[in-house]
Design a protein around this ligand. Structure first.
Ligand code: APR
Ligand code: PHB
Length: 395
């Protein structure tokens, strides 16, 4: 097989990147090790910054998102029995976030990719291995139904997530990895119940963090901070709802509509960044290059800026013969990555119980009280949450 861009991974990064390239007639092959149903079955976050929503529109897959997505102007922080709303739109010149589940986003991308003449996708591709990317002869090999196939390409995009093959193929001496693990996880529950509130509620409580989110006006997504030794089988629905009610301010807890879970899982939290994000003809995109704790809802939205920069650079290469943007990809992408890693870490340490001494709890309450009483404090949360701008000089 021959193509222009070989893409490892058929998650949001790989699918959206392929569509952005295809809009300019650039051909790609996506190698995904799972089935479509498996990828679509993953329950992930559901908050799109304007940048990601715009990319979905540019990729020609924004129609259902614009019809069914929920635009939110604000978020609520709950602490010490208080409910404090941050009017993000008012503080950021009208910027909003879009509530639209990643499952739906991935489904929209697959529907487009599978009928796109410029994109070939191979599901259940095993033993995917990038090679030649440092020697100027980039290629991907993979195994499908017992046959080994080679894809010759001009460039390789590693969109294969934290545990993928692309970053693992880079010689260790060429890459620096920065990682921080958090001493707790998030227990998530999905239910076909109306959300407890019209906007998201992030709760700081001595019993632990809680988040009230949603997928629509009839489907809710809730999270509880839990210890690393917790097992999801020890959390019945009743135990989950009871604990959530204890962590919400009474006024909100009394509004909680409970129901059977349709999904329940525990995820660990980590901050991770690989530097650089380019190795010859191989580029790392999205979770393959960085991971953030979900507190700031930045995971997918960081993949968005990577996709924007790499697609812009590849389009300039094929249409104008330019390599300058390809040379700038890593530095430009990493600047926004580190800004989001910082915010995600900062918001996580502000809103969670790290099990420290009692004074830590008092200091966190004092910080929340200050931030929410200050326009500057509310603005710093708002401008990071709606998403810092992409680099306008990258054209
Ligand atoms: N070969 C082929 N495919 C692979 C391999 C491999 N060796 N390793 C992983 N994959 C596939 C996975 O099956 C997955 O479908 O790559 C895809 C990576 O997708 P994500 O992990 O979703 O990462 P990304 O596309 O960058 O999305 C980033 O979406 O999933 C969320 O938490 C993630 O919010 C973040 C955003
Ligand atoms: C979600 O809806 O899954 C979600 C929302 C906001 C976050 C994390 C997850 O910060």
């Amino acid at each position: 097989m021959k193509t222009q861009v070989g893409i490892i991974g058929g998650g949001p990064s790989g699918l959206c990147l392929a569509r952005l390239l295809s809009q300019h007639g650039i051909r790609s092959v996506i190698l995904e090790r799972q089935t479509r149903a498996h990828v679509e079955g993953r329950i992930r976050a559901g908050i799109l910054e304007q940048g990601m929503a715009d990319l979905m529109r540019q990729a020609g897959v924004g129609e259902r998102m614009d019809r069914e997505g929920l635009l939110h102007d604000g978020i609520v922080l709950a602490f010490d029995g208080r409910l404090e709303r941050i009017d993000m739109a008012a503080l950021t010149g009208g910027k909003q976030v879009m509530v639209y589940g990643q499952t739906e986003l991935t489904r929209d991308l697959y529907d487009a990719v599978l009928t796109d003449p410029h994109i070939t996708i191979v599901f259940e591709a095993s033993d995917v291995a990038p090679a030649g990317f440092l020697e100027g002869s980039p290629r991907l090999s993979f195994n499908k139904e017992g046959e080994t196939v080679t894809v010759e390409c001009d460039w390789i995009a590693g969109c294969d997530g934290y545990h993928g093959a692309s970053r693992a193929a880079v010689p260790p001496e060429m890459i620096a990895e920065y990682e921080r693990l958090y001493p707790f996880g998030w227990l998530g529950l999905l239910s076909d119940t109306p959300p407890v509130h019209e906007e998201l509620i992030y709760t700081y409580h001595p019993r632990g963090f809680a988040l009230c989110s949603m997928r629509s006006t009839s489907r809710s997504r809730y999270y509880l901070q839990v210890g690393l030794n917790e097992k999801v089988e020890d959390w019945s629905d009743d135990r989950f709802w009871d604990e959530l009610g204890k962590r919400l301010p009474a006024a909100m807890a009394s509004e909680l509509v409970t129901g059977p879970s349709i999904e329940k899982s525990i995820a660990p939290l980590r901050s991770f960044v690989a530097e650089p994000l380019r190795f010859g003809h191989l580029f790392l995109v999205g979770d393959a290059g960085h991971i953030v704790p979900p507190t700031g809802a930045k995971g997918l939205n960081l993949a968005a800026s990577d996709m924007y920069y790499l697609s812009t650079a590849l389009i300039a290469y094929y249409e104008q013969g330019r390599e300058d943007l390809l040379d700038r990809y890593s530095e430009t992408a990493l600047r926004r990555v580190w800004a989001a890693v910082r915010f995600s870490w900062w918001f996580t340490q502000l809103m969670h119980d790290f099990g420290e001494d009692p004074i830590a709890h008092k200091i966190q309450l004092a910080e929340l009280d200050y931030l929410l009483s200050s326009t500057a404090g509310q603005t710093t949360i708002a401008e990071n949450y709606v998403g810092l701008p992409f680099d306008a000089s990258f054209v």
